[in-house]
Design a protein around this ligand. Sequence first.
Ligand code: HGY
Ligand code: MN
Ligand code: MN
Ligand code: MN
Length: 428
Amino acid sequence: LLSFAPAAAALKLQVDGQAVVDQLMHLAQWSDDPSPAVTRLLFTDNDMKARAYVKQLMREAGLQIREDTMGNVYGRLPGSDPTAAAVATGSHTDAIPGAGAYDGTVGVIGGIAALRALREAGFTPAKPLEVVMFTSEEPTRFGLSCSGSRTMAGLLDPAYLDTLRDVNGSTYLQAATAAGYGAASSAQMVAGARRTPADLAAFLELHIEQGPELEKEGLQIGVVTAIAAPAALRVKFSGDGGHAGAQLMPLRNDASLAAAELAIFVEQAALGTGVIDTVATVGSWQVQPNAVNSVPRETALEIDVRDIDGPRRDGVLAAIKAKAAAIAERRKVRLQIETINQDPPAACGTEVVAAVEGAVRELGLSSKRMVSRAYHDALFMAQIAPTGMVFIPCRNGWSHRPDEFASPSDIARGIEVLALALAQLAGG
Ligand code: HGY
Ligand code: MN
Ligand code: MN
Ligand code: MN
C-alpha cells in the first residue's frame, strides 16, 4: 500500500467549500443565457471575462501565470526542483448551451483552491505544480472537443483545424488571434501548445461525476480508472425538396425522413451490442429549409457514439455508416459523412490512481473505483503522462443542464483529495 510521504500526511489543509462555491457562482454570471443556465463558448466576451477572473484567482493564490497560443491558461506553484516535469491538475470553464455552473469549473476553481491550500499549509512541492484552464473542452463553437488538451498531446492536425468553421465562418486561428492568442499560422499556434513527458510528469482532474452512481451509493469520492472512448459523426442527407402541397408522395426524397430512419438505427445499434457501456445519441438535427410547407431538402445530423471499449465503439460507428449508405440508396438522397473525432479510451495511471486512493484513505472518505463515461481533457492528457480523475457526486447525476448541482461539502472533499494526491505525486 502507498504510505503517504510525511509532507503530504502532515498537511493541515484548509479548504472552504462555501468560498469555492461563491467563486463558482461569480464565474457563472458570465453566460450568454440567463441564470441558472450557463452558456459560455470559446473566446466569446463571456469566455474572456471568465478567463480574466480565473487569472485573478490564480494571482491571488500566488501562482505564476502563463498562457499559450491556443488559449490554455496555466497557474504554476514552483517546486524545489525547478527543472523537474510538472504535476498538473485542471479542467475547463467553457460551457455548452444551457449548461450548469459546475461542469469543468469545479476542476479549475477547485484546482486553484487546492494549490492555494497547499501553499498556505507551507507545502513546497519537489516537482512544480500547475493548474490548467484548458482553452475549450466542449465541442460547441468549432465542433471539436478538447481542442486544448488534444493539441497538447500532439493529436490536432493544424490543417484539419483550419477546415473547422464557427457559425460566423471564422476559423479557430482567427478567433484565437482576435482574443489575443494565436500565431502567424495554425501550425505555429498548434506547436505553441505542445506538452511532452519532459515537461509533464502526471495529470489529475477534479470533476463532477455527471452520472448518478456516487449519490445513489452514498459514496463521497469516485476514483476514476478509465475514460470512455468518444466519437462524433456528421451525416448530411440531401434530396430535391419541393412544395409540400403540390409534390406527390412518390416523387419525394425527403432528407429529414432519411435522417429519422438513421436516428432510430443509432439507438438500435447502441442497444444491439448488449453491453450497457455502449451509448449513442443524435444530439444535433438541422433541417433545411426548415419550413412547414417545404419538403426537407437537406438534413444534417451530429451523432455521438461512446464506449469504454474502443473496437466495440468502432463496430457501432461502422454499422451506422453502412446504414446511412443503405438509406440513401433506397430513398434516392445524396449522402455526406464526416468523422469529427474518433478517440481511443484512456486507462488511468496506476500511480495516480494509488495517490488518489491514498488521499481518500488519509481523509477517511468513502469511495469506489469507476469509469468516466463522459470525456474530459484528462482523456488526452493520458496520452502524454500518467493521468487520473477525482469525481464528486452531483445531484441526481444531472449535468449539461441549468439545475446541475454539487454541494459545498462535496466540493471541499474533492479539493482536499486532489490537494493531497497532487502533494503525493509532486513529492515534497
Ligand atoms: O461530452 C462530454 O463528455 C463532456 O462533458 N463535454
Ligand atoms: Mn461537459
Ligand atoms: Mn466537463
Ligand atoms: Mn468533460
